[in-house]
Ligand binder design. Structure first.
Ligand SMILES: C[C@](O)(CO)[C@H](O)COP(=O)(O)OP(=O)(O)OC[C@H]1O[C@@H](n2ccc(N)nc2=O)[C@H](O)[C@@H]1O
Ligand SMILES: Nc1ncnc2c1ncn2[C@@H]1O[C@H](COP(=O)(O)OP(=O)(O)OP(=O)(O)O)[C@@H](O)[C@H]1O
Length: 280
């Protein structure tokens, strides 16, 4: 999928271990408190600068016009913010993460483009400046730029590091795509969980996901996936779904759970840091 002999830049997925909706802003966006972690399931990108000012995505996704792809939008937004208007890029995206899965794939692709082109174009923007560009592309982009486990608040722009124990997870993929905006707009969505500012993994337990009940009502495939995973432990949905996950003590146990399920699933490992952390 990617051209040979070019550096490959990963864009890892996220899981929301805990997700609470604690309020709503005047513009309708919801205020969240969520523990985010990175996992070792990744999209892969190749990115090469070009000097004719064009931003070319060589691998468009079915149903997403290139100019709306988050990789291209990220490159354009960076170019605008940094004022390097003649900078261009060739981008190849090898998509592995399911779309509409609650794994943040599009946001992660955008974050990887921002990180890499900030270097390749010598923009010199610092992390807060990149996050400001990122949050306009997707609520999860600042987390991927932050690059480690975090308690995320606001709509995704307030981040605090959280120490999360090393852990394996089974991630199961129901055969449906959940429309995030429709879940947030649902009249029955709980929107008033009590705020708890503690950036502390243990103190926030027991974890839950305030979007899970509404999504299970509307998407029986998600409810079925949760029922199957729950036979093996405490399973939850990530983000606005559709994917669901289960912490497991080790890879062997994870592979055994995957084999017992009747839907696609994989065993993944939590990452302490973003693989591009050293160039963020
Ligand atoms: C639920 C999460 O997956 C948790 O990680 C994210 O907050 C969702 O982030 P995302 O998919 O990047 O969502 P965006 O593309 O930014 O927003 C999609 C739509 O969901 C609604 N939205 C999103 C985030 C938020 N905090 N409140 C909202 O009400 C808005 O109507 C928005 O237009
Ligand atoms: N590079 C991209 N990768 C994935 N989706 C993209 C991309 N560019 C634009 N999109 C659009 O964004 C939508 C959401 O994709 P994404 O994979 O980020 O969803 P998600 O995993 O549910 O994210 P979240 O957890 O943030 O809700 C897609 O349905 C698609 O229309």
């Amino acid at each position: 999928m990617l051209p040979e002999n070019l550096p490959v830049y990963p864009a890892p997925a996220k899981l929301n271990l805990d997700l609470r909706i604690v309020g709503r802003r005047a513009d309708g966006y919801h205020l969240l408190e969520s523990i985010f972690i990175l996992i070792d399931w990744c999209d892969r990108l190749a990115i090469v600068p070009r000097d004719d000012g064009q931003i070319v995505l060589h691998t468009p996704i079915d149903g997403v016009p290139p100019e709306q792809d988050l990789t291209v939008r990220a490159a354009c937004a960076l170019r605008q913010a940094a004022g390097c208007l003649n900078a261009g890029a060739d981008i190849w995206l090898d998509k592995h993460l399911p779309m509409g899965g609650g794994l943040g794939g599009g946001s992660s692709d955008a974050a990887t483009v921002l990180i890499v082109l900030n270097k390749l174009w010598n923009c010199g923007l610092d992390a807060p400046a990149l996050a400001q560009i990122g949050v306009k592309l997707g609520a999860d982009v600042p987390f991927f730029l932050f690059g480690e486990s975090a308690l995320v608040r606001g709509i995704g722009e307030q981040l605090e590091a959280v120490s999360v124990p090393e852990q394996w997870y089974v991630v199961a993929q129901p055969a449906c795509h959940v429309a995030t905006a429709a879940v947030f707009a649902h009249p029955d969505l709980p929107r008033n969980s009590p705020p708890n500012p503690a950036a502390d993994y243990a103190a926030r337990q027991p974890f839950r996901n305030d979007m899970q009940d509404i999504v299970c009502r509307q998407y029986p495939q998600v409810a079925e996936a949760l029922a199957q995973l729950s036979e093996h432990g405490e399973a939850r949905m990530t983000g606005s779904g559709a994917c669901v996950f289960l912490p497991v003590p080790n890879r062997e146990r994870g592979e055994a759970v995957c084999a017992a399920l009747s839907l696609p699933a994989r065993c993944v490992r939590g990452l302490a840091q973003h693989p591009l952390r050293e160039i963020i």
